[in-house]
Design a protein around this ligand. Sequence first.
Ligand SMILES: [Zn+2]
Length: 321
Amino acid sequence: MISIHLKSTSILKILLVYLMAGRLVFAHDMHEPSSYELQEVAAGNFVHVGLFPPHSADNRGDIANIGFIVGDKCVAVIDAGSSLHVGLALKRAIHRVTSLPICAVIITHVHPDHLLGLNAFIQDDSVIVYGHHRLPKQIRTRSKFYLQALEQYLGVSNTDDHAVDATLITPVDGLLSIDLGNRLVEIKSWDYAHTDHDVSVSDVKTGTFWAGDIVFSKHIPILDSNIRQYDEVLEELQNLDVKHYVVGHGPLDRPWHILLREQRGYLGVLLKEVRAAIKNDVSLMDAVNTVGWSERDKWHNFELYHRRNVTTSYTDLEWED
Ligand SMILES: [Zn+2]
């Protein structure tokens, strides 16, 4: 788990790798995207599919899948995007779909591509922002580095307006249901998965499961937590009755069980080979370049995140009995 145990320089380095995705993007930010696409994955569940980081200078930081659910009374937004620019683009898209007000914004976890567009939605006092009960602490710990990275690497000149107020978060511990008007939405907090503070969202009416970054599609899974418990969560998700899904990154047209099988396959290789490396006294420096590289051609952005996954699992498993 990298978040709070590492020195600030290490955290910054990791965040910069994470954020490099949109590096050249914000130079073009004064222009509106020519088109903003939404996919209705199930009745009333709309998603904007982000691009795979970081290969395009044109992606404008639009790298995560973010969206919203429309009830009879109001709208719940799920994740706010990398910046105000991305958040505002989603907000405008919502207003094109419905005239109902936004009553909830659910932040699935602290990573900047899901969080930093939040201020686009909170001008209205009636909006309640939900997140894992550990999210406020994560915001306080990491915000400074996220904002530095926005400024330094994404070229956002004034980051003050992106600063997220951790006290805004209504904490979710366990399962919380919100009613959007004839539509119940369940927010569930998980213990250790992609991070130690993920929430998922279920639209009960359509059986649509919004996984945040707990599940990835074609994009390499990113481990910012504990590999063994993450796999247990994925096992639990394999047994869920999921009719439709939204994942944090990647295409949404592939069978749910395939996504989980692929992801558990990757984590299984990582777990096995990291344990072997530790047992055989392979140093972390060597392990990052050898462990799990058979998975290389299966995933987008493998080179960008795989070494970090090895590092996270190695430093965790080193102390295993
Ligand atoms: Zn994430």
